[in-house]
Design a protein around this ligand. Structure first.
Ligand SMILES: Cc1cc2nc3c(=O)[nH]c(=O)nc-3n(C[C@H](O)[C@H](O)[C@H](O)COP(=O)(O)O)c2cc1C
Length: 321
């Protein structure tokens, strides 16, 4: 599959996840194996106003590439300027625009999924970004504000006409948030009407789900979000399965090595104090479902240093969990 001239080597995209797909986590997933990683959503206004916190989110590394940088906003001019700025920095391989975020704070600004009700503004944003950048340009959408999918069809076609190079569809309505099920039929129906590649997203929890989405919807690639938060190997397993029909199961020892690697990547990037604070919550996701995990998770939640985390993992593993 190609997005503009960019050859995508594989079928898996790590979803943009605010607060999660920071540089250390993207590197971890890339090391495990996947085709494309995405940044968390980044405010076009924040770029416009040179916000240090926003600009920090644009930090990348060569070894995570290709990297898709996702922007959100509601104003065509600042969206175009932000896209030009991102291209000029030279770190992004793809620019993605968020048409799917249903968080109140974002919707209130007229951004994210709010744009799916505003085809004229959406079109202006798409044209402004297309004019501002030669980078491969993608968008990520939901099914819209009702169950019909009409707004998704309309936006997908406006986007293709405006020169967008690929579309990711998370087929839940704005009101659904993450509840209920993603309506994969809509991915299939939109894929049938477009000539640009379609990336399917929503409810891929295991390798077999990904295989089913690819077969059922004929999408060109899959995007995985929540399931990768606790199993960063999942995308690599999907790649292996698509290529060979088999994959290696995740063993508890893989989980522990992954946790150790994330600790070292977090400390290197965020510094000891900030990393430890963030890891208290973050590490607990990896051990969900393992025997004796609730006591282990309580201890992780009280971490004071990253070395303590490493000790806890060693003790837990040696105890045969
Ligand atoms: C914690 C969290 C943060 C998210 N942040 C973003 C984001 O920044 N941009 C975006 O387009 N979608 C975001 N999403 C939506 C995901 O990218 C994805 O569309 C959704 O989780 C469905 O895929 P999944 O079933 O594989 O998780 C977020 C989802 C979660 C759970």
């Amino acid at each position: 599959m190609k997005i503009k001239e960019l050859e995508i080597k594989g079928k898996t995209f790590l979803a943009p996840l605010a607060g999660i797909t920071n540089l250390p986590f993207r590197r971890l997933v890339k090391e495990c194996g996947c085709a494309v990683v995405c940044s968390e959503m980044i405010s076009a206004k924040g770029i416009f106003y040179n916000s240090v916190n926003t600009l920090t989110l644009l930090t990348s590394r060569e070894d995570e590439k290709p990297l898709s940088v996702q922007l959100f906003g509601s104003d065509p001019e600042s969206m175009g300027q932000a896209a030009a700025f991102v291209e000029e920095r030279g770190e992004a391989d793809i620019i993605d625009i968020n048409f799917g975020c249903s968080v109140k704070k974002v919707v209130k600004q007229g951004a994210g999924v709010a744009l799916m009700k505003e085809p004229k503004t959406s079109e202006a944003i798409l044209k402004a970004v297309r004019k501002a950048t030669n980078l491969p340009f993608t968008i990520k959408i939901r099914s819209g504000w009702d169950g019909s999918g009409q707004q998704a069809f309309a936006l997908a076609n406006i986007a293709q006409d405006a020169g967008v190079d690929a579309i990711t569809i998370h087929p839940r309505t704005a009101g659904q948030g993450f509840k209920g099920f993603a309506n994969w039929d809509l991915i299939q129906r939109i894929k049938e009407t477009l000539s640009i590649p379609v990336i399917g997203n929503g409810d891929i929890n295991c390798v077999e789900d990904a295989a089913r989405m690819l077969a059922q919807t004929k999408c060109d690639a899959v995007m995985v979000g929540r399931a990768a938060m606790s199993n960063p190997y999942l995308l690599a397993q999907i790649e292996a399965y698509v290529a060979s029909g088999t994959y290696k199961n995740t063993e508890p020892s893989d989980i522990f090595r992954t946790m150790e690697r994330l600790i070292s990547l977090y400390v290197a990037y965020f510094g000891e104090i900030h990393a430890t604070r963030m890891l208290r919550g973050r590490l607990t996701w990896f051990v969900k479902g393992l025997p004796g995990c609730s006591a282990f998770r309580k201890e992780l939640a009280r971490l004071e240093t990253s070395d303590q985390a490493l000790d806890l993992i060693r003790t837990y593993e040696t105890a045969g969990n």
